[in-house]
Design a protein around this ligand. Structure first.
Ligand SMILES: [Zn+2]
Length: 398
């Protein structure tokens, strides 16, 4: 059962409405699932499906999966505090979106949907195209024309129809909504099923840390689906008594598009409208996040913050990660920028685990990376993120 976030009206999931007639977005009715406990985990199931008891139910034979989930939680030796990266770009299509998409497309297949329309800054579109190819669902993806070539190729190769829309990310969303008559508008940002798939990254962090909540989690945030997934998961674990406190969520945005960070600084409940500038962090360039109010509330409840970063900080973060072996797209590099600033401010305490989520592969964004580093000169201009420890001096060298 869906419940509208604005008017409170309930709606049968089979109605296939993508939003409430009042304009509000739907959430899944809480109380229809039992909060996850470690005893409920199904270790024999592949990837994120080990947490199937906590996911929206999928009838037998309708699960659409490429083995997504159970990505590495990689420790950074010599770091302060106890620092980890959740390597979520190690996914079938190269981004964390596969978690949400496996859940969303499985539900669509269960409900008999034959044709979908999606809009995306790239990664979600590539993921939707792949899972629809797997499910035999026709797929049409709308992307802004600034989307990295690698992501567009992925969408086309999967057999989906690609529509490049000039203008902003918001213009792309409007074009997709308007096209919705030709198929179900399956927007991942509006779908309540998507967020439940995404939450599995946080269950994995908890399990991989030995059934322990981290002290803090750093997440790139555009629409804020990682923030919402993180909050859903740790709220469940708190409710089931598996953890005793919530991790602080640090949501990270580019300065050139930071409606959530501005609202956080101003202490207001809704995203602050921004004039969006061009940013390397294309995956988190959302001027008007659909669930912005919920994202702000989740971060505040956790005791975390929403911060924004310059393009220079993002590119420095990119090199900091690459020099440690993590080849991420610039969007994910904002996590290294966040680590550095928060470490310098001393917000982490010793003995607490801090986890940064690396959301998308650098292999998708070769064109942007090459053009920024003007033909392949990767010499850093300044010292790279000292909080992560010295690159190239692992602890086994003493
Ligand atoms: Zn409503």
């Amino acid at each position: 059962m869906f419940r509208c976030s604005s008017c409170g009206k309930t709606e049968d999931e089979r109605s296939l409405l993508w939003r409430c007639p009042c304009g509000g977005y739907f959430n899944l009715e809480p109380g229809e699932r039992t909060p996850l406990t470690r005893r409920a985990i199904l270790p024999g199931e592949p990837g994120m499906w080990r947490y199937a008891p906590s996911l929206p139910p999928v009838p037998s034979g309708k699960r659409v999966t490429l083995g997504e989930g159970w990505t590495p939680l990689s420790a950074e030796p010599g770091s302060f505090p106890e620092l980890y990266f959740k390597v979520d770009y190690a996914m079938p299509t190269g981004s964390y979106k596969d978690r949400g998409m496996a859940c969303l497309v499985s539900r669509l297949l269960s409900l008999g949907v034959k044709e979908v329309i999606e809009d995306s800054s790239g990664n979600a579109g590539a993921s939707m195209a792949a899972y629809c190819a797997r499910a035999g669902i026709r797929c049409r993806v709308f992307v802004p024309d600034y989307t990295s070539e690698g992501k567009c190729l992925q969408i086309l190769a999967s057999g989906a129809v690609l529509e490049r829309i000039s203008g902003t990310r918001e213009d792309t969303a409007r074009a997709a909504e308007a096209a919705g008559e030709g198929g179900f508008y399956a927007s991942h940002n509006w779908s309540p099923w998507f967020a439940h798939g995404v939450k599995t990254f946080a269950f994995e962090i908890w399990e991989q840390l030995g059934f322990r909540a981290p002290g803090a989690v750093l997440l790139p945030a555009g629409q804020g689906s990682l923030v919402l997934g993180c909050a859903l998961a740790f709220d469940e674990l708190l409710a089931s008594g598996e953890i005793s406190s919530l991790p602080r969520i640090y949501a990270l945005q580019p300065e050139r598009c930071d409606p959530l960070a501005r609202a956080f600084r101003q202490g207001v409940p809704l995203p602050v409208p921004v004039e969006k500038g061009e940013t390397a962090a294309e995956g988190i360039s959302a001027a008007d996040p659909v669930r912005g109010k919920a994202v702000l509330a989740a971060v505040r409840k956790s005791g975390g913050e929403i911060l924004s970063f310059s393009e220079a900080e993002i590119w420095k973060g990119f090199l900091s990660l690459a020099r440690r072996g993590y080849y991420v797209e610039p969007t994910s590099a904002i996590v290294a920028a966040g680590m550095e600033r928060l470490c310098a401010r001393g917000v982490f305490s010793s003995g607490e685990a801090v986890v940064g989520l690396l959301s998308g592969s650098g292999l998708k964004a070769g064109d942007k990376i090459l053009s920024h580093f003007s033909g392949g000169s990767f010499t850093p201009e300044e010292e790279l993120s000292p909080c992560m420890g010295e690159p190239g001096s692992p602890p086994w060298e003493g």
